[in-house]
Ligand binder design. Structure first.
Ligand code: ASP
Length: 323
């Protein structure tokens, strides 16, 4: 036997006696996952998380938790950026965008849906009852009505008044963190360590008729890969679509980045694409990994998010920002 081969075999023998100890050591270093956990965007994430938490602590699925959670802002007429009471487009129509994704990469989405308070549940029905991922406009409405959803006027007197005020100048310019946008994006990890995500919005206030943002687009508004993690976005949807934002965040986690690092790098990509424009607009990302660790980062200050886990009692935080 050549000396080098003998040496290799001897070293392997020594290593194999050590192996049980090293693998034990490796195991003891692996952190126990935090579960369940739910995180969501903006201040209205808190009451939404509280609803999702009920499902999660009852050993429910993350999918049910995110759907139930985002129902809260969808039904709240005082929230002018999601569901009932949402600001209309510039022609006065409230058009809603939403999508949902589960641990099996099943997903469903609706865009430009009118007259239905819970677009997230229509998106879930698209996922479960059709061979498609996305339905839009009249087709989405027909599908919702055929599935038992009730038609109702979503334009509240307050939103109508604000829109009429806006019509006087009709100046469309998204302003950072002023209430002309703000989507709820929610991510959950359940007791079985499965992930799901949901996202629902009335989109940018006074948008062009037919405009669709990032929120109903799988890979932009939300993305889930049950081996890795999940992400969601809020802010100027056009910029999120340009970088496939939520998919990018999950892929960055796959490459070994923490949820925080992944959100920071995705925001950095927007800055690289739009060095000037990025100073004047808001985009924020939220992420969670398979271990229940979370991260958040935004272009501008003021992006808040709520976290509910066994160690964080549904607290609101402000994300760090690029500017
Ligand atoms: N991302 C949403 C959209 O572009 C709005 C927001 O989250 O602020 O429609």
């Amino acid at each position: 036997m050549k000396p080098s081969r003998r040496k290799f075999l001897q070293t392997s023998a020594v290593l194999s006696t050590l192996l049980p100890f090293t693998s034990l050591f490796a195991k003891s270093k692996t952190a126990e996952p935090t579960k369940p956990v739910v995180i969501s965007t903006w201040d209205f994430g808190k009451p939404a998380n509280a609803e999702a938490w009920k499902v999660l602590t009852n050993k429910g699925r993350a999918l049910d938790a995110v759907e139930m959670g985002v129902h809260v802002p969808e039904a709240d007429p005082l929230i002018t950026t999601v569901g009932y009471g949402g600001a209309p487009d510039r022609d006065g129509h409230v058009t809603l965008d939403a999508c949902i994704m589960d641990e099996f990469a099943n997903c469903g989405s609706v865009a430009g849906l009118e007259h239905i308070v819970h677009p997230i549940s229509v998106a879930r029905k698209v996922m479960e009852k059709t061979p498609h991922v996305m339905l839009i406009g009249d087709g989405a409405l027909q599908f919702a009505l055929a599935n038992g959803f009730k038609k109702q006027n979503l334009l509240t007197p307050a939103s109508e008044k604000a829109w009429k005020e806006w019509l006087k100048t009709a100046n469309y310019k998204p302003i950072v963190n002023i209430e002309n946008h703000d989507t709820i994006g929610m991510l959950a990890l359940d007791m079985n360590q499965n992930l799901s995500a949901a996202c629902t919005t009335s989109g940018m206030a006074y948008k062009m008729r037919g405009r669709v943002g990032d929120s109903p687009i799988i890979g932009a508004g939300v993305f889930v890969d049950n081996e890795i993690g999940a992400a969601t976005s809020t802010g100027v949807g056009e910029e999120v679509i340009r970088i496939c934002g939520s998919h990018l965040v999950v892929e960055l986690m796959r490459q070994g980045n923490s949820p925080q690092e992944a959100c920071e790098k995705a925001v950095g990509r927007i800055v690289k694409n739009q060095p000037k424009k990025s100073k004047e607009m808001q985009v924020g990302f939220l992420a969670i990994n398979k271990n229940g660790e979370h991260g958040a980062f935004a272009l501008q200050k003021g992006f808040t998010f709520a976290v509910y886990s066994n160690s964080i009692n549904n607290e609101l935080f402000e994300a760090k920002s690029y500017y």
